[in-house]
Design a protein around this ligand. Structure first.
Ligand SMILES: *Cc1c(COP(=O)(O)O)cnc(C)c1O
Length: 369
């Protein structure tokens, strides 16, 4: 079986982990945590990094730190991971959804302005699968309408937009260190900002809002979202290899495109836009309408041939968890609905070998012949 993702852990991971065990520093108090925070922040040109337990809670904390809550609306793509919408809904705010661009699969920025109301407080930008969102028009809208920007760069560490690092845009950005991301800590995430006050707020929220002088008296409610020294040790070793990892993803994507472009019934990821080269966080495929199979059926057939796959995201407006609360009633976003039914991704992990790419390509040719 070729798994859909396998991480690469052959740098200094073992060495730094051993250091944690030898020194006894395993909790969030250990020295690797702030080193990792500084390393990631420097990498994306941010002043502050606040490490947390995963990318989903990073979003939750970002929303809370910005003071988003009841009565507010936050513009987000409908085609994304549930974490984005969950962070907004848990804060008591309402997500205002945007359909996808059929070419990049990112949110269609042309539709944003029409969604802005007097209640709109923020735009949550999510870079999806390999290409960044076109940021300049969004930054202009934010300025024009006085909106906050949260940038979910979970899939885009190491990517740039017009030469500027993803993770450096807006008031706050977040990343994830899940094992399929470009830097992994097993589980983990980070909030990034240039704003000293926001950073302090996040540090406090992450740590139950303990106070320095009166430790067990809490003025506000926080969470325990702390990252351990063990996780940060892995992260530092991974970060040392980020450039090589991104280069490897890029090469993987180019090789897949070379091998699959003769299959007429599928759309492949676009290789570049005006502002970025695709770095193929995952290699997505969308079945054209003329073929009668949907993604589920093709994935089943690939599975029988030993090829691991994952479906595309399922749109937020079609999530039973939200529909049951009457959110997004009667809303329809045709592009997201189509790509979620006809899209899936093939093995794209950093440990993927050239032979495995050949094998995946062979299987796809057989199934789609
Ligand atoms: C992975 C991911 C997250 C969530 O990160 P976890 O660490 O898995 O909680 C959030 N947003 C996007 C776009 C992601 O791809």
């Amino acid at each position: 079986m070729i798994p859909v993702n396998e991480p690469l852990l052959n740098g200094n991971e073992k060495k730094y982990l051993t250091e944690c065990i030898d020194t006894g520093w395993i909790s969030s108090e250990g020295p690797f945590v702030s080193r990792f925070e500084q390393g990631i922040a420097a990498r994306v040109s941010r002043r502050h990094g606040i490490a947390v337990s995963n990318g989903s809670v990073a979003l939750e904390m970002a929303v809370a730190a910005l003071g988003i809550g009841k009565g507010d609306e936050v513009i987000i793509p409908t085609f994304t991971i549930i974490s984005c919408a969950a962070a907004v809904v848990r804060a008591g705010a309402v997500p205002a959804l945007i359909d996808s661009d059929p070419i990049t699969w990112n949110m269609d920025i042309k539709q944003i302005e029409a969604r802005i109301t007097s209640k709109t407080k923020a735009i949550m930008v999510v870079h999806i699968y390999g290409l960044p969102v076109d940021m300049d028009p969004i930054l202009e809208l934010a300025e024009k309408y006085h909106l906050l920007i949260i940038e979910d760069a979970a899939e885009m560490l190491g990517q740039t937009y017009k030469g500027r690092p993803c993770g450096s845009f807006g008031n706050i950005s977040t990343v994830s260190f899940y094992p399929n991301k470009h830097v992994t800590t097993g589980e983990g995430g980070m909030v990034l900002t240039n704003d000293d006050v926001l950073a302090e707020k996040c540090r406090s929220l992450r740590n139950l809002c303990f106070q320095e002088k009166k430790r067990f008296i809490h003025e506000e409610l926080g969470w325990n979202f702390r990252m351990t020294n063990l996780q940060a040790a892995l992260g530092i070793a991974q970060l040392e290899q980020l450039d090589a990892f991104v280069a490897k993803k890029h090469k993987m994507g180019q090789k897949y495109t070379e091998m699959l472009s003769d299959i007429k019934s599928i759309d492949l990821p676009v290789q570049r836009t005006d502002y970025a080269e695709n770095i193929y966080w995952v290699y997505g495929i969308v079945l054209k309408d003329e073929i009668p199979l949907d993604a589920e059926e093709v994935m089943k057939q690939l599975g029988k041939k030993g090829i691991g796959t994952r479906p595309f995201f399922w749109p937020m407006h079609e999530q039973p968890a939200f529909r049951k609360t009457a959110l997004f009633e009667k809303e329809s976003y045709p592009v997201a609905e189509r790509i979620s039914r006809r899209g899936f991704y093939i093995p794209s992990g950093l440990a993927l070998t050239e032979n495995q790419i050949n094998e995946v390509s062979r299987a796809l040719h057989e199934v789609l012949a």
